[in-house]
Design a protein around this ligand. Structure first.
Ligand code: GLY
Length: 430
C-alpha cells in the first residue's frame, strides 16, 4: 500500500509517524516533507500548492490514499481534483472547505443551522462606513476577522473601538491580508476558555479524537504575540464528558447535517475551535484540517489504526467505528527560533538526539533542514517534543526532559505549557 502525505510541518511529521505505526505495511511518501518525515518515508519535492503535479505523482506512483495536512490545497480543490480521477483522499471538497476558507460563509452557515457562535455582521469592501458604524454601536472588546485564509493571523481581538475600526479599515482596504480581507466578519467577543475538537467525518458519521488545548501566544502566561502554537496537551480537562456530549449534539452533528443539507457533505477532519462560555460551548472557528501542534498530542493518544480509520472515512464507513478509549495524556512543547513570531535567524545547528523516538516520547520536526550533513534551523517553530504519560503533568515532565537535551543558538520555548490544565487538575484535587 502507498500513502501520500501532503505538507511539511510538525503536524505532517506527526501524521506520518502515526501512519507508520499502522499494522499495514505502507510505503509513505511525503510532499514536500521535512528531515523528520524522511526518517519514516520518502520525501518528494513537490510544493503543497502544486495540485496538478501532486495528482500526477499520485497516479504515476499508484498512491492508494492521500492525506492532506494544510488548509490551502483543500480550499483550492485538491480533493475535488483527486476524486475526479478516482483517487482516495482524506479531506473536504473545496465547497465543504469553505467552512475554513470563508468566515463569511461559516458564520452564515452557523446562523442558518442554529449552531452556537458569537453574534456577528459581515461587511464587504463597499461597506466601509457601515462597518465603522457597526463597530461604534457594538463597542469593545470586539473581534475583527478577515473572511479569507490568513495563515492563522486573520482574527484580531480589539479592546478599543478606534482600534477595531482601524483594524477593519486596514482589512477592507486590502493593506492587511490582501484578498483575504475582501470581506470581514465583526463579531462579539466571547469570554471563556478555548479548546480544540477534532472529528474524523465521512459526510454523515464521525468519530471524535481526544479534545486538546493549545497555547497560541508566544509568552509565558499566554502573553505576547500570536504564534502558530507553542505547545498543546490532550485530553483537555476543560472538556468534561458533559461538555463533549453537548458540543457533539449542538455543534458537530448539526454541522454535518447542515453541510449535507447544503449539498456539500463534509468529509475529512473537522477541527472545531471552541469557546467554553457560561452559556456552553460555542464555535470560534472551523478548520478543515488537523491542528498544529494539537496533532502532535492527539495522534500519540490514538490507539486505533489510523490507516484503517482514514480508509473507512473515505469509504463512508465510520458509522460502525467505535474508537478504543484513550489512556493517560499527551503534551507537547515547541522549540522555536528566538525572536519568533517576529524576525528570527535561521541556519543554527541543532544538537542533541532529535531522531530517536519511543512509544512515550517523540520529536516532531517542523522548521528544520539538512545542511552540509547537519540538521539546522529553517523556520520559526523548529520542532516539538511530544510525550505521553499517566496524566498531563507526567507527560509534560517527559516532554521537557527530552527538550532539555536538544539545543541550538537562540532556542526559545515556553516553560509553562499546560498551566491551565494543571490549575484545573489541582483545583479538582482539593
Ligand atoms: N493550533 C491552531 C491551528 O492549527 O490552527
Amino acid at each position: 500500500m502507498r500513502i501520500l502525505i501532503i505538507g511539511s510541518g510538525g503536524r505532517e511529521h506527526a501524521l506520518t509517524w502515526a501512519l507508520a505505526r499502522s499494522t499495514h505495511a505502507a510505503e509513505l511518501y511525503i510532499a514536500p516533507g521535512n528531515p523528520g518525515t524522511s526518517l519514516l518515508g520518502i520525501n518528494v519535492d513537490i510544493a503543497v500548492g502544486d495540485i496538478d503535479t501532486l495528482l500526477r505523482f499520485a497516479q504515476e506512483h499508484q498512491i492508494d490514499l492521500t492525506v492532506v495536512g494544510p488548509e490551502q490545497p483543500l480550499v483550492d480543490g485538491i480533493v475535488d481534483a483527486f476524486q475526479a480521477e478516482g483517487l482516495a483522499i482524506v479531506g473536504p471538497t473545496a465547497a465543504a472547505a469553505q467552512l475554513e476558507g470563508s468566515k463569511a460563509f461559516s458564520k452564515a452557515f452557523m446562523a442558518k443551522h442554529g449552531i452556537p457562535t458569537a453574534a456577528y455582521a459581515t461587511f464587504g469592501r463597499d461597506q466601509h462606513d457601515e462597518a465603522m458604524a457597526y463597530i461604534a454601536e457594538q463597542g469593545a472588546p470586539i473581534v475583527v476577522k478577515a473572511s479569507g485564509l490568513a495563515a492563522g493571523k486573520g482574527a484580531v481581538v480589539c479592546t478599543a473601538v478606534d482600534d477595531a475600526q482601524a483594524t477593519a479599515s486596514g482589512m477592507l482596504r486590502g493593506d492587511a491580508f490582501g484578498a483575504a480581507g475582501e470581506h470581514i466578519v465583526v463579531e462579539a467577543f466571547m469570554e471563556g476558555e478555548e479548546a480544540s475538537l477534532f472529528a474524523l467525518c465521512d459526510g454523515t458519521d464521525y468519530v471524535l479524537l481526544a479534545p486538546a488545548q493549545d497555547h497560541k501566544r508566544v509568552g509565558e502566561g499566554d502573553t505576547g504575540l500570536n504564534t502558530g502554537g507553542m505547545g498543546a496537551y490532550a485530553p483537555a480537562p476543560v472538556m468534561t464528558p458533559g461538555l463533549i456530549d453537548e458540543a457533539c449534539r449542538t455543534i458537530v452533528e448539526p454541522t454535518l447535517a447542515g453541510m449535507r443539507a447544503e449539498g456539500s457533505p463534509y468529509t475529512g477532519i473537522l477541527y472545531v475551535g471552541l469557546m467554553i462560555t457560561s452559556e456552553g460551548p460555542k464555535v470560534v472557528e472551523y478548520n478543515c484540517r488537523f491542528g498544529d501542534p494539537e496533532t502532535q498530542v492527539v495522534l500519540p493518544l490514538l490507539k486505533d489504526d489510523l490507516i484503517d480509520l482514514f480508509f473507512k472515512l473515505t469509504q463512508g464507513q465510520l458509522r460502525d467505528v467505535t474508537l478504543t478509549p484513550t489512556e493517560g495524556a499527551a503534551a507537547c512543547v515547541v522549540l522555536a527560533s528566538g525572536g519568533y513570531p517576529a524576525a528570527y535567524e535561521k541556519g543554527k545547528t541543532i544538537t542533541g538526539d532529535v531522531d530517536s523516538v519511543s512509544d512515550e516520547v517523540m520529536v516532531f520536526q517542523a522548521g528544520t533542514k539538512q545542511h552540509n550533513g547537519h540538521l539546522v534551523t529553517a523556520g520559526g517553530r523548529v520542532l516539538a517534543v511530544s510525550a505521553i504519560g499517566g496524566d498531563i503533568p507526567a507527560a509534560l515532565d517527559r516532554a521537557y526532559g527530552r527538550l532539555g537535551e536538544i539545543s541550538f543558538g537562540d532556542a526559545y520555548y515556553r516553560r509553562d505549557i499546560g498551566w491551565r490544565a494543571i490549575e484545573r487538575l489541582n483545583t479538582a484535587d482539593r
